[in-house]
Design a protein around this ligand. Structure first.
Ligand SMILES: Cc1ncc(COP(=O)(O)O)c(C=O)c1O
Length: 416
C-alpha cells in the first residue's frame, strides 16, 4: 500500500452509464434522447447490459435485428467474410450482389436492384428515379405525393416527403413539389394526382406514424392513378417489409397483390449490417442510366452475403411470423379488455402497435426496469417489433411485464 492510497478518500465508482453519458454529453451531437441503458451483448431475443442484466428485446434495433442477436449462422458468415474481404467498392464485381439481386427479384416481383446503406438513402435514390422518370416526360412533371403522418427518412429528399411537420419545419425550404394527402382517403388522392405527378409514395403500414395500415382499396386506387398519369408508384417497405408482417413484403398482404413500380427496403435486410435497396421494375429502372447514381459502400460483400443467409432462413420463418404475431396480438387484445386506457391494438405479423389514451413514456421505462425493451411512437403508441424468431414463451413473458407496467400506470392515474 503506498502513502497516497492511505490518505485518499474512498471514491464511489462512477457507473458505466454515468461515464458514458458524461462523455456523450460532451462530445456527441445532442440529437438523441436515449434510454438510460448501456447494451453490451445479445443472444437470441435477449440483450444484456454492462452489469449483465437481461432484457427481452421487443424493439430489435427498431426492426433491424430480425434474427435476434448473435445468430450462429450469421456469426459464422460474418467471421468468414471478415477474413476474406470487407469492401470492394462498386468499381469491381464481387460474388454476392448478383445472387442477392436475383433473390430480391424473385421474392418481390420487381426486376432490378440498387444497393445502398440505409433506409433514407434508398428513398433518396427512389426519389431520383421518380424525378428522372417525370423529367423524361415533361419538365413540369416533378411532383411527389405522399401521405400525412408518413415517415420516409431524415435526408433532404426523404424529409421533404415525410408527412409530419415536426420533422420538416427546422429545415425548410425543402424539395419542391412535395404534396401530402390523408391516408386511405381515395377521393383526396384522386383530386391530388395529375399530369404533374411523377410519383406516389406509400408506406403499406405506417411505422413511425403509429402502426397505421393502408387499405387494399387505397393501394389499388394509387396503382390505378399512377398508371393513368404515368407516374411511378413507390412503396416504402423499410419498416414493414422483408418478412416483418409474415410476407416477404407488406404489399403482398393484398389479394390480388398490388405491385409497385419501385420498392425500398432496408432495416432487417442484413440483420444489423447496414444495407438498403431500391428494387424497381424495368419501366422505373430505365430512369436511372449510367453514372446517374452510385454509392461507395452500398452492397459490399459482407452485407450482401449476410442478406443472402438471412433470406435463406426467412423463407422458412414466414409462417411462424404470422402465427407468433397473431398470438401476440391476441394477448394484447386481452390486456385491452382489462385496461380501459388501451384504445386499440393494430398491426400485422410482428409489427404491432398499442394505441393508448395516455402517454406511453413511463410505461416504456417501467417495462425496461423490469427487463422488457419496447418503445413509444407518437407519444401514445407503444410499438413492438420483436425478432422474427420470438417464441410464445417469450411473448408470454413480455406480456406479463407489460401488464405490470400498465397496472402501475392505472394505479398512478395516468389516464385521469
Ligand atoms: C418507413 C421508413 N422509411 C424510412 C426510414 C428511414 O430509414 P433509416 O433510418 O435507415 O434511414 C424509416 C426509419 O425508421 C422508416 O421507418
Amino acid at each position: 500500500m503506498n502513502a497516497m492510497s492511505t490518505v485518499s478518500p474512498v471514491q464511489p465508482e462512477t457507473s458505466v452509464l454515468e461515464r458514458i453519458q458524461s462523455l456523450e454529453s460532451e462530445y456527441l451531437l445532442q440529437n438523441y434522447a436515449r434510454y438510460p441503458l448501456v447494451l453490451q451483448r445479445g443472444k437470441g431475443c435477449y440483450v444484456f447490459d454492462t452489469s449483465g442484466k437481461r432484457y427481452l428485446d421487443f424493439i430489435a434495433g427498431i426492426g433491424v435485428n430480425a434474427l435476434g442477436h448473435a445468430h450462429p449462422r450469421l456469426v459464422k458468415t460474418i467471421r468468414a467474410q471478415a477474413g476474406l474481404m470487407l469492401h470492394t467498392s462498386n468499381l469491381y464485381y464481387h460474388e454476392y450482389q448478383g445472387p442477392l439481386a436475383e433473390r430480391l427479384a424473385k421474392i418481390s416481383g420487381l426486376q432490378r436492384t440498387f444497393f445502398c446503406n440505409s433506409g433514407t438513402e434508398a428513398m433518396e435514390g427512389a426519389l431520383k428515379m421518380v424525378r428522372s422518370h417525370g423529367r423524361k416526360l415533361s419538365p413540369e412533371k416533378y411532383e411527389v405525393i405522399s401521405l400525412h403522418n408518413s415517415f420516409h427518412g431524415r435526408t433532404f429528399g426523404s424529409l421533404s416527403i415525410t408527412g409530419q411537420e415536426k420533422y420538416r419545419r427546422d429545415f425548410e425550404p425543402l424539395l419542391a413539389g412535395a404534396k401530402f394527402v390523408p391516408a386511405n382517403d381515395l377521393t383526396a388522392l384522386e383530386q391530388m394526382v395529375c399530369e404533374r405527378t411523377a410519383g406516389i409514395v406509400i408506406e403499406w403500414i405506417q411505422g413511425e406514424g403509429g402502426i397505421f395500415p393502408m387499405t387494399n382499396e387505397y393501394a389499388r386506387k394509387a396503382r390505378e392513378l399512377a398508371d393513368r398519369f404515368d407516374a411511378l408508384l413507390v412503396f416504402d417497405e423499410i419498416q414493414c417489409g422483408v418478412g416483418r408482417v409474415g410476407k416477404y413484403f407488406a404489399y403482398q398482404l393484398a389479394d390480388p397483390v398490388v405491385l409497385p413500380d419501385v420498392m425500398v427496403a432496408a432495416k432487417p435486410l442484413a440483420c444489423g449490417i447496414p444495407l438498403g435497396v431500391i428494387v424497381a421494375n424495368e419501366r422505373a429502372a430505365k430512369a436511372i442510366g449510367p453514372g446517374m447514381h452510385g454509392s461507395t459502400f452500398g452492397g459490399g460483400p459482407l452485407a450482401c452475403r449476410v442478406a443472402i443467409d438471412f433470406l435463406d432462413i426467412l423463407e422458412g420463418l414466414l409462417p411462424h411470423i404470422e402465427q407468433a404475431g397473431a398470438y401476440f396480438r391476441s394477448k394484447l387484445e386481452a390486456l385491452r379488455s382489462r385496461f380501459p386506457f388501451i384504445k386499440e391494438v393494430r398491426g400485422r405479423g410482428l409489427m404491432v402497435g398499442m394505441d393508448l389514451a395516455i402517454p406511453g413514456k413511463q410505461i416504456v421505462l417501467d417495462a425496461m426496469a423490469d427487463g422488457l425493451l419496447i418503445n413509444c411512437t407518437h407519444d401514445t403508441v407503444l410499438r413492438f417489433l420483436p425478432p422474427y424468431i420470438v417464441t410464445e414463451k417469450e411473448i408470454d413473458r413480455a406480456v406479463r411485464i407489460l401488464q405490470k407496467a400498465l397496472k402501475a400506470a392505472a394505479k398512478r392515474g395516468d389516464a385521469s
